[in-house]
Design a binder for this molecule. Structure first.
Ligand SMILES: Nc1ncnc2c1ncn2[C@@H]1O[C@H](COP(=O)(O)OP(=O)(O)OP(=O)(O)O)[C@@H](O)[C@H]1O
Ligand SMILES: [Mg+2]
Length: 269
């Protein structure tokens, strides 16, 4: 696991990293679709849904869409959900609003959230967005009443648009009758699937370029193996691609083949 493979291939940094600045995120069609829906939810108010398999690029897509908002115009609140109670979620939202509060009163916490949002929207003339990532982790009891924090002036003012992102089980939770008030406010949804083979070839090239290498290091068989081994899912593709580069460098092969991907696959899940 030594970084010597980097000098072997002339890579200027660790390739296939997760810390991409917004401008280095690959603009796929799916990402464009997510951004379009994200902007629609913010314009109209209401709720948008983003689902996808593990490692399909949901958080990156949220980061991309939120990163494109003008900071002087938008105040976005980004929360990573937990399996905790709704009180914990409310406290997370308050932290995003810059308010630390340890009260256990639901009424008090919702009142503070409302005040914070009103201050932003009516006081500072800003637009807001609440983004809840990993929302599939939320308890059913949270789904029952989450819509209430988005209600302003007797549910007539869409001051707090909401984006929910998570795995497919999020849809199952929204299909319960008790989640109907929340589900009825959803105005659009997007689902991220794995990339197809052509998309994967472009994805691999993109990450190599970001690491300073312009030529394609993966041969056709390696691209197919990464595509098949990852199911087109990006995090797994990252791990397979990086591992395969290391395996190829260890054998002093200038091109990565399917056999190197197979070696890498023995180390990852
Ligand atoms: N559009 C993109 N351009 C470049 N790299 C990407 C893109 N989307 C995702 N990635 C890469 O794939 C990795 C996994 O993406 P991400 O963490 O967004 O997936 P996720 O669907 O949120 O996963 P999880 O289900 O575990 O939350 C990222 O760390 C990043 O390296
Ligand atoms: Mg994620």
């Amino acid at each position: 696991m030594k970084p010597t493979y980097r000098s072997f291939f002339g890579l200027q940094k660790e390739p296939f990293g997760s810390d991409l600045p917004i401008e280095e995120i690959l603009l796929t069609t799916e990402l464009g679709d997510v951004r379009e829906r994200f902007d629609y939810v913010l314009r109209i108010g209401g709720i948008g849904l983003l689902t996808g398999e593990i490692g399909s690029g949901k958080s990156t897509a949220l980061r991309y869409a939120a990163g494109k908002l003008h900071p002087a115009e938008y105040y976005s609140l980004y929360v990573t959900a937990t399996t905790g109670s709704i009180l914990e979620l409310y406290r997370q939202i308050l932290t995003e609003l810059g308010i630390e509060q340890c009260s256990s009163s639901k009424a008090m916490l919702t009142r503070l959230i409302r005040q914070g949002i009103l201050e932003l929207v009516e006081g500072k003339k800003m637009k807001t967005a609440l983004i809840i990532d990993e929302a599939s982790l939320l308890r059913m009891e949270v789904f029952c009443e989450l819509h209430t924090i988005c209600q302003f002036d007797k549910d007539s003012k869409p001051y707090l648009p909401l984006i929910l992102a998570g795995q497919g089980s999020l849809i199952d939770k929204l299909c319960y009758k008790s989640s109907a008030p929340l589900a009825s406010r959803i105005i659009c949804r997007a689902h991220l699937q794995g990339l197809d083979k052509e998309g994967m070839a472009q994805y691999l090239l993109h990450h190599l370029r970001l690491a300073g290498v312009k030529k394609p290091l993966f041969d056709e068989s390696a691209t197919t193996a990464i595509h098949q081994g990852s199911g087109g899912l990006l995090r797994k593709a990252n791990h397979l691609a990086r591992g395969a580069l290391m395996a190829a460098a260890a054998e002093k092969c200038a091109t990565v083949s399917a056999e190197h991907v197979r070696i890498a696959a023995t180390e990852v899940f």
